[in-house]
Design a protein around this ligand. Structure first.
Ligand code: COI
Length: 356
């Protein structure tokens, strides 16, 4: 079925809430646009796909997602260019990762054409919420959760797939301070680290809070077995620059989220002839380079975080100050390029923009 042939029932709000938004003081993820998409899964099929006014949803106290954690999500963004057009960055990659997460969590997959068309129609309806201003975007949050009214362990038979959207500015308002975590673990091999499962974020909160109390924004997770190898950061993947090369933990393991932003950075760097190494990255290698001033750059990569340059890395009792942000030629160049692409200031030579 072609995506344009998919039509959903639409119930519009009587009055938009957009005039309530304080665009100059937009906290990430706290305001929501007028409408949301939802559909239900039961008896082996998806039903009742619809766009409705954004509002709370009723919840049964025994709803299985809250008891047993069958809950996954995605994050992507829509950007408005100076030409007035709205582009969503690589949503096909999110659709695929969403299906992989669903499979791992024993949940039904959402067909890719429905995923994409639901986003297209929802963003199109709430297009006034995608404002044309540098750094602003409409964050799109698709999510899927189990809705069986049953206290007992088994894959649920009923699910809800929803999409909400939220106008946002920067996730981090300053270069980030991250701490290398050597005790707590985000994901072990054979676990669900590669899935964008809600529980991965829930379980990271306590260790992240300890780091935040020590003055860091986030953690750098290390492997679950020896805590010797770097995996990703709390809200984003991680990339280092050593000797003019980009070095990043390989996604071969099943413990690392396969980031759309990180993949895009790698693809751009490779086209530009910048060497990229995707491999095991040891804590020792990074710490040794940082101690001797050879760590040229480190940055997080994620949809919410975009490219978040790292100012300081904490390791045990040491704090390493990284080079000034303006000296980070590769990450600054890639960041500028990706912004120009997303805001349609340059030709979409990569074919990454999904125009609304
Ligand atoms: C995203 O980057 O989209 C995420 O889901 C991360 C979260 C910190 C907002």
């Amino acid at each position: 079925m072609s995506t344009s042939a998919l039509s959903f029932a639409v119930k519009k709000v009587e009055e938009s809430r957009i005039h309530q938004i304080d665009w100059d003081n937009l906290a990430f993820g706290k305001s929501f646009s007028d409408h949301m998409f939802m559909m239900e899964y039961a008896q082996g099929e998806w039903k009742q796909a619809r766009i409705v006014p954004f509002e709370p949803i009723p919840m049964h106290p025994a709803m299985s997602a809250i008891h047993y954690g069958q809950s996954i999500f995605e994050g992507l963004k829509a950007y408005r260019g100076k030409n007035g057009k709205i582009a969503i960055f690589r949503p096909d990659m999110n659709a695929k990762r969403f299906a992989e997460s669903a499979n791992r969590m024993c949940m039904p997959t959402v067909p890719e054409d429905i995923f994409l068309e639901a986003i297209r129609q929802l963003v199109s309806l709430d297009q006034n919420w995608v404002i044309e201003s540098p750094g602003y975007s409409l964050y799109i949050r698709p999510f899927l959760f189990a809705t069986d009214e049953f206290v007992g362990i088994k894959p649920a038979e009923t699910y809800k797939f929803m999409i909400i959207t939220s106008p946002v500015g920067a996730y981090y308002s300053e270069p980030v301070r991250v701490k290398i975590e050597e005790y707590y673990t985000r994901a072990a091999s054979g676990g669900v680290g590669r899935a964008k499962a809600a529980g991965n974020y829930g379980s990271s909160l306590y260790p992240a809070k300890i780091a935040q109390n020590q003055g860091f924004h986030q953690l750098i997770w290390t492997d679950a077995v020896e805590h010797k190898y770097i995996e990703e950061s709390g809200t984003m993947n991680i990339v280092f620059q050593l000797n003019g090369k980009l070095v990043t933990p390989s996604e071969d393991s099943d413990t690392i989220l396969r980031g759309v932003t990180k993949r895009s950075i790698i693809e751009i760097a490779q086209i530009w002839g910048i060497e990229v190494e995707e491999r095991k990255v040891s804590v020792e290698e990074i710490v040794t380079a940082a101690r001797s001033g050879l760590l040229e750059d480190a940055f997080g990569a994620g949809t919410a975080a975009t490219i978040a340059q790292i100012a300081k890395i904490g390791y045990r009792d040491e704090i390493f100050e990284l080079p000034p942000i303006e000296s980070r030629t590769i990450s600054n160049r890639i960041k500028d390029y990706m912004n120009a692409l997303k805001y349609q200031e340059i030709d979409d030579e990569m074919g990454w923009n999904f125009l609304i």
